[in-house]
Ligand binder design. Structure first.
Ligand code: APR
Length: 234
């Protein structure tokens, strides 16, 4: 292990409660594209305003519906990697994720807070009643209660984050003894402000990323990938 990882591993060893804050880079080695990586990023091929905004849903829900079900299938076919498993195997970790896949859960993490929702949850777009029925790309189900369209249970641009999840994440960031940021560019607010809750309290903040990010100024950057660094760290 290089000294940087060794020093960081000691910070984790001395901690009781470690909050792992993840973004799309955490799922990259499981084969799921990130959003802003040059050439491979999802937003280099899909316009977020056209496919991930509440306005686009109101205007033309069908393409969005098909795209989210397609991403759900990709997530189902992906497998957690050694980084997910290292996080799950450590009894001292909890996860706050911006990701909408279920790789942390499938690796065995017991506490996973989704700030941006999940590809595996659906609800009525008006009355918010959860939908647990079948979903198929060709037809959007209608709510049995109010008759409006069922939508993916994800947070779109222009929408607020779920209140309970935000409170949970903020609370854990303020009581963690160490934070590990993994695989986020740190450009999307308010999620990216969460590690600063810990930083402002003087809590050690580590970051696992191949490149420096918007959050690197608040953390100790361990340059590397999630699958390779996390097992050494945890
Ligand atoms: N291991 C660790 N980090 C990686 C890896 C890897 N194997 N591969 C890429 N990364 C890094 C990239 O360098 C980048 O800094 O992961 C980060 C991914 O950043 P984004 O693509 O911007 O994804 P994210 O930060 O999760 O985006 C936040 O934006 O579009 C919205 O709702 C969406 O939750 C998402 C939010």
């Amino acid at each position: 292990m290089n000294t940087c990882v060794e020093q960081a591993a000691r910070v984790i060893q001395d901690a009781q409660r470690v909050e792992v804050f993840t973004g799309a880079g955490m799922s990259a080695e499981s084969g799921l594209d990130t959003f802003r990586d040059a050439t491979t990023g999802i937003w280099s091929k899909v316009d977020p305003q056209a496919m991930a905004s509440i306005g686009a849903w109101a205007k033309d829900p069908e393409p969005m519906w098909r795209w989210y079900l397609h991403r759900r299938d990709l997530a189902l076919r992906a497998q957690p990697h050694a980084g997910h498993r290292a996080v799950a195997a450590s009894a001292k970790t909890a996860v706050t994720t911006q990701n909408i896949d279920d790789l942390h859960e499938r690796a065995g993490s017991g506490t996973v807070t989704h700030l941006h929702g999940s590809l595996f949850e659906f609800r009525c777009s008006i009355c918010a009643r959860p939908w647990r029925g079948e979903v198929h790309p060709e037809t959007i189900p209608e709510c049995p209660l109010c008759g409006n369209l069922i939508r993916p249970g994800v947070v779109w641009f222009g929408e607020a984050l779920p209140h309970r999840e935000w409170e949970e994440a903020e609370q854990r960031m303020s009581t963690a003894d160490a934070v590990i940021i993994v695989g986020t560019s740190g450009v999307v607010q308010p999620a990216a402000s969460l590690p600063l809750v810990a930083f402002d309290l003087g809590t050690p903040v580590l970051e696992v990323s191949p490149v420096a990010t918007e959050l690197s100024r608040y953390s100790r950057l361990i340059q590397g990938t999630a699958e390779k660094v996390l097992p050494a760290l945890l």
